[in-house]
Design a protein around this ligand. Sequence first.
Ligand code: NCD
Length: 325
Amino acid sequence: MTMQHLLSIEDLDRAGIERIVEQAARFAEVSDREIKKVPALRGRMVLNLFYEASTRTRSSFELAAKRLSADVVNFAASGSSVEKGESLKDTVLTLSAHKPDAIVLRTPWAGAAELVSKWCSAAIVNAGDGKREHPTQALLDVYTLRSRLGELDGASIWIIGDVAHSRVARSNIIAFQRMGAKVTVAGPPTLIPRGIEALGCDVRFTLDELPSADVVYTLRMQRERMSETWVPSLREYASWYQVNGKRLSPRQVLMHPGPVNRGVELSGEVVDSPQAVITAQVEAGVVVRMAVLYELLAGASAPSTSPSSGRPEAAGAAIGERQPA
Ligand code: NCD
């Protein structure tokens, strides 16, 4: 099975998620080399189209494309003709003249990735569409947890905080459950969307039962998406929901997608504790995004890389293992 786009984590069943994280594990070996490059996507072009701020996601997509030897064009809406009023559609059509093979898209608009996939022939990767989805974050979090815990079957994962404004929460609830974990979301009632149980998770409005969790996944308070007052104050939020040394037990794994508001959703001490895998999540971002770009672009129509091109064994084996579409 070959994917055409990665618009939603729902595009992937458990086998699909496993295929990508296993490919990512093979690419991890490349990242440990002195020369961190394989020729798998040589001659391919990846366009990073970012309408929203990003540190981790954008840098790791860029690095992922470069490690696969693709050409990369980075486009940030600020400083571009978007500021002169160019629409998303016109921007995509204009940049399509450069013939990108993949467009990595982050926007504040839910559903934008689907729209763009209809306007051009490139493979589209949703790198965050408003409050809706962030599928590659979910994949890198599955990868990180599998390297810590092994299989996720039966693991209890609590996702805590601003679920209402979080695309990470939505994608991760789906992905973790597909991998066999039991997901609980917790936070103040104003920040937990009504009906979220329909995704299959449990809901708690206090952290009283947090000790039962194997994994504590905290979310950033998304102040840029809050149009009204959702919590009385960040200080009050912290007093009820901050994950700190008193609430985190030594056997629990602590995650956060970044950027962290230290002193709000997490205390500084737990961010710097050995239980936190926040940096491992960022590292996983590169290899998982390599695997996603590879899966989307190294299909049957990819330019062939000859065995004499210095292709390293890990990626060579990976290429050899691909099933025809
Ligand atoms: C997240 C995002 O932008 O959705 N960050 C990320 O991609 N690592 C989460 C956030 O901004 O809080």
